[in-house]
Ligand binder design. Structure first.
Ligand SMILES: Nc1ncnc2c1ncn2[C@@H]1O[C@H](COP(=O)(O)OP(=O)(O)OP(=O)(O)O)[C@@H](O)[C@H]1O
Ligand SMILES: CC(C)(CO)[C@@H](O)C(=O)[O-]
Ligand code: BAL
Length: 303
């Protein structure tokens, strides 16, 4: 959706390294914003985005399997900048009840985790990504782990809709790029934060890391969540003293295949799924931060 940061650029670099042609889209998709969300104020920095993209290069260091010339430099081939009318020829309003036209829903997988906080979000995402995939027909597609449910749900969508491209296993979920100072996941919305708010924004990742180490040391789901909540409540009290509003939406452990919440007594040896998703959403001032840690082998998770 633009306002590019190094998380986005890491996806571009991965694509450049693995493909002859790299196409990316920048489109702030109205359908995935609820009427009360930040569509109007979402950061739009197109000239800078295009400059950053022009700087992304990948040098082939040797002949590859196709015998490509050594020293060849790849850069992004195209940036797709559709208008709202291009993407929604029938028109689009944010109130789902008033919408007309064709929409894609991934039923049974869109109401948990992020979908619980944002009930129409994945409908908007699945719809626009279907259109983007139809327009570009990518062999490989690259998404960020920061939006883990989105990536897994889109893999399932590709499979369910028999999309010719990308094949579900060619929808790659790439590591979350973080600020090295405190591990905050890079996000375009981080720009909303004041300096003071940015100072406490690392709390979410710290809390998830505490829950992760509780889980790997054999604690129950409830104990893991409690260890994250401990960190968040201490940080929240400190933030309030500094005049910063901080409010946890959720921290939870979910099955990576069904997205359902794990039972309270589950432990790493009893969870019954190949990978669990430890995720959370925290509001710092007006900014909604999300993050997650996947524990286990996501590649063994069937879409
Ligand atoms: N920190 C990150 N590391 C890796 N990939 C990321 C990161 N942040 C976003 N992405 C990925 O970049 C793609 C485009 O995401 P999007 O434009 O919504 O960026 P964003 O920074 O996540 O924005 P927002 O603040 O609205 O969540 C998605 O696949 C998303 O998962
Ligand atoms: C997948 C996406 C591009 C759809 O607008 C968006 O949700 C995002 O950038 O994560
Ligand atoms: N990366 C998620 C896009 C959104 O929050 O709308």
């Amino acid at each position: 959706m633009g306002a590019l940061h190094d998380g986005h650029l890491s996806l571009v670099r991965r694509s450049l390294a693995e493909n002859d042609l790299t196409v990316l889209s920048i489109f702030v998709n109205p359908a995935q914003f609820a009427p009360h969300e930040d569509l109007a104020t979402y950061p739009r920095t197109l000239p800078r985005d295009l400059e950053l993209l022009a700087q992304q290069t990948f040098s082939l260091s040797g002949a590859d399997a196709q015998g490509q010339v050594q020293g060849q430099v790849r850069t992004p081939s195209a940036v797709f900048l559709p208008s709202v009318h291009d993407m929604y020829p029938t028109g689009i309003v944010q109130d789902v009840a008033q919408q007309k036209g064709t929409f894609v829903e991934v039923k049974g997988y869109s109401h948990q985790m992020e979908g619980q906080s944002r009930p129409t979000f994945f409908r908007g995402v699945a719809t626009v990504v279907t259109k983007l995939f139809n327009a570009v027909q990518p062999t490989n597609a690259y998404f960020g782990q920061k939006d883990i449910q989105q990536g897994l749900l889109l893999r399932r969508m590709c499979r369910d809709l028999l999309l010719p491209n990308p094949a579900p296993e060619r929808l790659h979920i790439c590591p979350t790029a973080r600020d090295p100072s405190d591990g905050l996941a890079l996000s375009s919305r981080n720009a909303y934060m004041s300096e003071k708010e940015r100072g406490v924004a690392g709390t979410l990742y710290k809390a998830l890391q505490a829950a992760e180490s509780a889980w790997t040391s054999g604690k129950t789901k409830t104990e893991c969540v409690a260890s994250a909540l401990d960190i968040i409540s201490t940080a929240t009290a400190r933030a309030v003293d500094e005049g910063i509003e901080m409010k946890l939406e959720y921290v939870e452990l979910n099955d990576s295949e069904t997205f359902e919440v794990l039972d309270s007594a589950s432990k790493k040896d009893t969870a019954g799924c190949e990978a669990v998703i430890l995720s959370g959403a925290l509001r710092v001032g007006k900014t909604r931060l999300i993050d997650n840690i996947v524990i286990g082998d996501l590649n063994r998770t069937v879409p």
